[in-house]
Design a protein around this ligand. Structure first.
Ligand code: NAP
Length: 274
Protein backbone atom coordinates (compact mmCIF):
# COMPACT_ATOMS: atom_id res chain seq x y z
CA UNK A 1 0.00 0.00 0.00
CA UNK A 2 1.25 3.42 -0.98
CA UNK A 3 2.72 5.76 1.63
CA UNK A 4 3.32 9.48 1.31
CA UNK A 5 6.99 10.41 1.00
CA UNK A 6 6.92 14.02 -0.24
CA UNK A 7 6.92 17.37 1.57
CA UNK A 8 3.81 18.94 3.02
CA UNK A 9 2.70 22.26 4.47
CA UNK A 10 0.35 23.07 7.36
CA UNK A 11 -1.96 26.05 7.83
CA UNK A 12 -2.76 26.46 11.52
CA UNK A 13 -0.37 25.99 14.44
CA UNK A 14 -2.92 24.89 17.06
CA UNK A 15 -3.51 21.55 18.77
CA UNK A 16 -3.69 19.36 15.68
CA UNK A 17 -1.19 21.38 13.62
CA UNK A 18 1.62 21.15 16.17
CA UNK A 19 0.90 17.50 17.05
CA UNK A 20 1.05 16.74 13.32
CA UNK A 21 4.43 18.44 12.99
CA UNK A 22 5.76 16.48 15.93
CA UNK A 23 4.49 13.17 14.54
CA UNK A 24 5.68 13.90 11.00
CA UNK A 25 9.16 14.56 12.32
CA UNK A 26 9.06 11.23 14.16
CA UNK A 27 7.94 9.50 10.92
CA UNK A 28 10.65 11.28 8.90
CA UNK A 29 8.21 13.34 6.83
CA UNK A 30 9.26 16.89 6.04
CA UNK A 31 7.02 19.84 6.79
CA UNK A 32 8.35 22.52 4.52
CA UNK A 33 6.13 25.35 5.63
CA UNK A 34 3.78 26.22 8.50
CA UNK A 35 1.48 29.23 8.36
CA UNK A 36 0.12 30.59 11.63
CA UNK A 37 -1.89 33.58 12.69
CA UNK A 38 -0.64 36.43 14.88
CA UNK A 39 2.63 35.85 16.67
CA UNK A 40 4.34 32.81 15.20
CA UNK A 41 4.76 29.91 17.56
CA UNK A 42 8.34 28.73 17.59
CA UNK A 43 8.22 25.00 17.06
CA UNK A 44 11.42 23.01 17.22
CA UNK A 45 13.23 24.06 14.00
CA UNK A 46 13.87 20.39 13.31
CA UNK A 47 10.10 19.93 12.87
CA UNK A 48 9.49 22.55 10.17
CA UNK A 49 11.54 24.51 7.64
CA UNK A 50 9.68 27.85 7.49
CA UNK A 51 7.10 29.50 9.73
CA UNK A 52 5.19 32.45 8.31
CA UNK A 53 1.97 34.31 9.04
CA UNK A 54 -0.91 35.70 7.00
CA UNK A 55 0.41 39.17 7.85
CA UNK A 56 3.98 38.39 6.83
CA UNK A 57 3.83 35.64 4.22
CA UNK A 58 7.22 34.27 3.22
CA UNK A 59 8.23 33.89 -0.43
CA UNK A 60 9.05 30.18 -0.22
CA UNK A 61 6.93 27.96 -2.49
CA UNK A 62 4.25 25.79 -0.92
CA UNK A 63 4.73 22.02 -1.19
CA UNK A 64 2.19 19.98 -3.21
CA UNK A 65 0.22 18.74 -0.14
CA UNK A 66 -1.37 21.34 2.16
CA UNK A 67 -3.10 20.43 5.42
CA UNK A 68 -5.61 23.02 6.66
CA UNK A 69 -5.64 22.64 10.47
CA UNK A 70 -7.80 25.59 11.57
CA UNK A 71 -11.15 25.52 13.43
CA UNK A 72 -14.06 24.26 11.30
CA UNK A 73 -15.59 27.76 11.21
CA UNK A 74 -12.43 29.17 9.54
CA UNK A 75 -11.80 26.47 6.89
CA UNK A 76 -13.83 28.09 4.09
CA UNK A 77 -12.19 31.49 4.72
CA UNK A 78 -8.72 29.96 4.71
CA UNK A 79 -9.56 28.04 1.51
CA UNK A 80 -10.56 31.30 -0.18
CA UNK A 81 -7.40 33.01 1.05
CA UNK A 82 -5.25 30.15 -0.30
CA UNK A 83 -7.07 30.17 -3.63
CA UNK A 84 -6.29 33.84 -4.15
CA UNK A 85 -2.71 33.87 -2.84
CA UNK A 86 -1.17 30.51 -3.81
CA UNK A 87 -0.80 28.74 -7.16
CA UNK A 88 -2.79 25.60 -6.35
CA UNK A 89 -2.80 24.00 -9.79
CA UNK A 90 -1.92 20.33 -9.31
CA UNK A 91 -1.82 20.59 -5.49
CA UNK A 92 -3.73 18.55 -2.96
CA UNK A 93 -5.46 20.41 -0.13
CA UNK A 94 -6.96 18.49 2.80
CA UNK A 95 -8.66 19.63 6.00
CA UNK A 96 -9.00 17.75 9.29
CA UNK A 97 -12.59 18.41 10.31
CA UNK A 98 -14.66 15.38 11.27
CA UNK A 99 -17.96 17.17 10.68
CA UNK A 100 -17.34 18.97 7.37
CA UNK A 101 -16.86 17.40 3.96
CA UNK A 102 -14.28 18.29 1.34
CA UNK A 103 -16.82 20.66 -0.27
CA UNK A 104 -15.84 23.35 2.26
CA UNK A 105 -12.57 23.54 0.27
CA UNK A 106 -14.49 24.40 -2.93
CA UNK A 107 -12.48 27.60 -3.45
CA UNK A 108 -9.24 25.53 -3.63
CA UNK A 109 -10.90 23.03 -6.00
CA UNK A 110 -11.99 25.90 -8.27
CA UNK A 111 -8.39 27.13 -8.24
CA UNK A 112 -7.11 23.79 -9.60
CA UNK A 113 -6.40 21.73 -6.46
CA UNK A 114 -7.75 18.28 -5.65
CA UNK A 115 -9.39 18.40 -2.21
CA UNK A 116 -10.25 15.93 0.55
CA UNK A 117 -11.28 15.78 4.17
CA UNK A 118 -9.00 13.75 6.42
CA UNK A 119 -10.12 13.13 10.00
CA UNK A 120 -8.01 11.25 12.56
CA UNK A 121 -10.35 9.65 15.11
CA UNK A 122 -8.23 10.78 18.01
CA UNK A 123 -7.97 13.61 20.50
CA UNK A 124 -5.06 16.03 20.08
CA UNK A 125 -4.38 18.06 23.22
CA UNK A 126 -2.02 21.05 23.26
CA UNK A 127 1.45 19.69 22.48
CA UNK A 128 2.84 21.17 25.70
CA UNK A 129 0.48 19.00 27.80
CA UNK A 130 0.84 15.59 26.11
CA UNK A 131 2.00 13.91 22.91
CA UNK A 132 -0.85 12.31 20.97
CA UNK A 133 -0.93 8.63 19.99
CA UNK A 134 -1.11 8.15 16.19
CA UNK A 135 -0.33 4.45 15.69
CA UNK A 136 -3.40 2.51 14.56
CA UNK A 137 -5.72 5.53 14.73
CA UNK A 138 -8.55 5.24 12.15
CA UNK A 139 -8.58 8.19 9.75
CA UNK A 140 -11.81 8.94 7.83
CA UNK A 141 -11.16 10.20 4.31
CA UNK A 142 -13.44 11.46 1.53
CA UNK A 143 -12.99 13.79 -1.41
CA UNK A 144 -11.85 14.04 -5.01
CA UNK A 145 -10.41 10.73 -6.30
CA UNK A 146 -6.84 12.06 -6.66
CA UNK A 147 -6.87 13.74 -3.27
CA UNK A 148 -8.42 10.71 -1.54
CA UNK A 149 -5.48 8.53 -2.57
CA UNK A 150 -2.99 11.14 -1.34
CA UNK A 151 -4.89 11.55 1.96
CA UNK A 152 -4.88 7.76 2.52
CA UNK A 153 -1.14 7.63 1.79
CA UNK A 154 -0.45 10.59 4.12
CA UNK A 155 -2.44 8.92 6.95
CA UNK A 156 -0.54 5.63 6.47
CA UNK A 157 2.81 7.44 6.55
CA UNK A 158 1.88 8.78 9.99
CA UNK A 159 1.01 5.28 11.25
CA UNK A 160 -2.79 5.64 10.98
CA UNK A 161 -5.34 3.30 9.39
CA UNK A 162 -7.23 5.32 6.74
CA UNK A 163 -10.71 4.34 5.57
CA UNK A 164 -13.18 5.89 3.11
CA UNK A 165 -16.32 7.49 4.53
CA UNK A 166 -19.35 8.61 2.54
CA UNK A 167 -19.61 12.42 2.62
CA UNK A 168 -23.27 12.20 3.72
CA UNK A 169 -22.27 10.16 6.80
CA UNK A 170 -19.76 12.67 8.18
CA UNK A 171 -22.10 14.70 10.45
CA UNK A 172 -23.46 11.57 12.17
CA UNK A 173 -19.99 9.99 12.34
CA UNK A 174 -18.64 13.12 14.02
CA UNK A 175 -21.57 13.32 16.44
CA UNK A 176 -20.84 9.75 17.58
CA UNK A 177 -17.11 10.55 17.86
CA UNK A 178 -17.92 13.56 20.04
CA UNK A 179 -20.09 11.47 22.36
CA UNK A 180 -17.43 8.76 22.69
CA UNK A 181 -14.52 11.17 23.07
CA UNK A 182 -15.51 14.60 24.35
CA UNK A 183 -18.64 13.72 26.38
CA UNK A 184 -16.97 10.65 27.87
CA UNK A 185 -14.06 12.92 28.87
CA UNK A 186 -16.39 15.51 30.45
CA UNK A 187 -18.43 12.91 32.37
CA UNK A 188 -15.34 11.16 33.75
CA UNK A 189 -13.64 14.48 34.65
CA UNK A 190 -16.79 15.65 36.47
CA UNK A 191 -17.01 12.35 38.38
CA UNK A 192 -13.31 12.68 39.30
CA UNK A 193 -14.03 16.16 40.72
CA UNK A 194 -16.77 14.67 42.93
CA UNK A 195 -14.45 11.85 44.01
CA UNK A 196 -11.82 14.36 45.12
CA UNK A 197 -14.39 15.91 47.48
CA UNK A 198 -14.90 12.40 48.95
CA UNK A 199 -11.14 12.10 49.57
CA UNK A 200 -10.30 9.35 47.06
CA UNK A 201 -6.46 9.21 46.94
CA UNK A 202 -4.82 9.45 43.49
CA UNK A 203 -3.75 6.12 41.91
CA UNK A 204 0.10 6.07 41.52
CA UNK A 205 0.39 9.54 43.05
CA UNK A 206 -0.86 11.51 40.04
CA UNK A 207 -3.73 9.96 38.10
CA UNK A 208 -7.23 9.93 39.57
CA UNK A 209 -8.01 6.93 41.73
CA UNK A 210 -10.91 6.37 39.31
CA UNK A 211 -8.44 5.06 36.71
CA UNK A 212 -8.88 1.28 37.35
CA UNK A 213 -12.69 1.57 37.27
CA UNK A 214 -12.84 3.80 34.21
CA UNK A 215 -10.24 1.82 32.27
CA UNK A 216 -12.07 -1.47 32.95
CA UNK A 217 -15.40 0.10 31.98
CA UNK A 218 -14.04 1.56 28.75
CA UNK A 219 -12.42 -1.79 27.86
CA UNK A 220 -15.79 -3.52 28.46
CA UNK A 221 -17.67 -0.89 26.44
CA UNK A 222 -15.28 -1.43 23.52
CA UNK A 223 -15.55 -5.25 23.63
CA UNK A 224 -17.63 -7.28 21.19
CA UNK A 225 -20.46 -7.74 23.75
CA UNK A 226 -20.52 -4.38 25.56
CA UNK A 227 -24.09 -4.50 26.89
CA UNK A 228 -23.62 -7.92 28.50
CA UNK A 229 -20.67 -6.56 30.47
CA UNK A 230 -22.43 -3.43 31.76
CA UNK A 231 -22.69 -3.36 35.59
CA UNK A 232 -24.02 -0.90 38.16
CA UNK A 233 -27.17 0.03 40.00
CA UNK A 234 -29.26 0.96 36.95
CA UNK A 235 -28.24 -2.14 34.99
CA UNK A 236 -29.16 -4.29 38.04
CA UNK A 237 -32.49 -2.56 38.45
CA UNK A 238 -31.62 -1.09 41.88
CA UNK A 239 -33.68 2.01 41.21
CA UNK A 240 -33.84 3.17 44.84
CA UNK A 241 -30.04 3.44 44.70
CA UNK A 242 -30.25 5.30 41.40
CA UNK A 243 -32.73 7.78 42.90
CA UNK A 244 -30.31 8.40 45.78
CA UNK A 245 -27.48 8.99 43.26
CA UNK A 246 -29.61 11.59 41.50
CA UNK A 247 -30.34 13.34 44.81
CA UNK A 248 -26.66 13.46 45.87
CA UNK A 249 -24.87 14.45 42.66
CA UNK A 250 -24.36 18.12 41.73
CA UNK A 251 -27.07 19.25 39.30
CA UNK A 252 -25.21 19.12 35.96
CA UNK A 253 -23.91 15.63 36.66
CA UNK A 254 -27.30 14.47 38.01
CA UNK A 255 -28.95 15.75 34.82
CA UNK A 256 -26.39 13.96 32.65
CA UNK A 257 -26.89 10.74 34.69
CA UNK A 258 -30.66 10.91 34.35
CA UNK A 259 -30.57 11.62 30.63
CA UNK A 260 -28.32 8.59 30.06
CA UNK A 261 -30.53 6.15 31.97
CA UNK A 262 -32.54 5.18 28.85
CA UNK A 263 -29.29 3.87 27.36
CA UNK A 264 -28.48 1.82 30.45
CA UNK A 265 -31.91 0.43 31.21
CA UNK A 266 -34.50 1.09 28.55
CA UNK A 267 -37.28 -0.87 30.29
CA UNK A 268 -37.21 0.84 33.70
CA UNK A 269 -35.64 4.25 33.06
CA UNK A 270 -38.85 6.06 33.99
CA UNK A 271 -38.91 4.31 37.42
CA UNK A 272 -36.28 6.61 38.84
CA UNK A 273 -37.91 9.91 37.94
CA UNK A 274 -39.58 11.28 41.08
N1 NAP B 1 -7.76 18.83 18.47
C1 NAP B 1 -8.35 17.68 18.17
O1 NAP B 1 -8.51 16.80 19.04
C2 NAP B 1 -8.82 17.39 16.77
C3 NAP B 1 -9.04 16.05 16.41
C4 NAP B 1 -9.42 15.76 15.10
C5 NAP B 1 -9.60 16.78 14.19
N2 NAP B 1 -9.41 18.08 14.58
C6 NAP B 1 -9.65 19.15 13.59
O2 NAP B 1 -8.46 19.90 13.38
C7 NAP B 1 -8.80 21.24 13.05
C8 NAP B 1 -8.04 22.17 13.98
O3 NAP B 1 -8.44 21.90 15.30
P1 NAP B 1 -7.50 22.27 16.55
O4 NAP B 1 -8.04 21.52 17.72
O5 NAP B 1 -6.07 22.11 16.18
O6 NAP B 1 -7.85 23.82 16.73
P2 NAP B 1 -7.04 24.91 17.56
O7 NAP B 1 -6.18 24.27 18.60
O8 NAP B 1 -8.04 25.93 17.97
O9 NAP B 1 -6.02 25.53 16.50
C9 NAP B 1 -6.48 26.19 15.37
C10 NAP B 1 -5.38 27.05 14.78
O10 NAP B 1 -5.91 27.73 13.64
C11 NAP B 1 -5.63 29.12 13.76
N3 NAP B 1 -6.72 29.89 13.15
C12 NAP B 1 -7.93 30.18 13.65
N4 NAP B 1 -8.65 30.90 12.78
C13 NAP B 1 -7.84 31.11 11.72
C14 NAP B 1 -8.01 31.81 10.51
N5 NAP B 1 -9.15 32.44 10.21
N6 NAP B 1 -6.98 31.83 9.66
C15 NAP B 1 -5.83 31.18 9.93
N7 NAP B 1 -5.61 30.49 11.07
C16 NAP B 1 -6.62 30.46 11.95
C17 NAP B 1 -5.56 29.38 15.26
O11 NAP B 1 -4.83 30.56 15.49
P3 NAP B 1 -5.16 31.47 16.77
O12 NAP B 1 -4.59 30.70 17.93
O13 NAP B 1 -4.46 32.73 16.47
O14 NAP B 1 -6.67 31.61 16.83
C18 NAP B 1 -4.85 28.11 15.74
O15 NAP B 1 -3.45 28.20 15.59
C19 NAP B 1 -10.33 21.37 13.17
O16 NAP B 1 -10.91 21.23 11.90
C20 NAP B 1 -10.69 20.17 14.04
O17 NAP B 1 -12.01 19.70 13.78
C21 NAP B 1 -9.00 18.41 15.84
Amino acid sequence: MREFRGDFGVIGGGRLGLQLLHRAHHCRLRCRRLRVRGTPVTPDPAHVDVVDTWDEPGQEPWPPLLVVAVPDRAIATVAEALATSVDLLGSTVIHASGALTSDVLAACRDAGAAVASWHPLQTFPPIASATAVWDGVPCAVEGDPGAEGAAHAFARSLGMDPWSIRAADKPLYHAAASVAGNLCHAVVAAAADVMRTCGLPPADGERSGLAPLVESSVAAALSTHPWERLTGAAARGDMATVREHLRRLPPPLADAYESLLPLVRRDTASDCVD
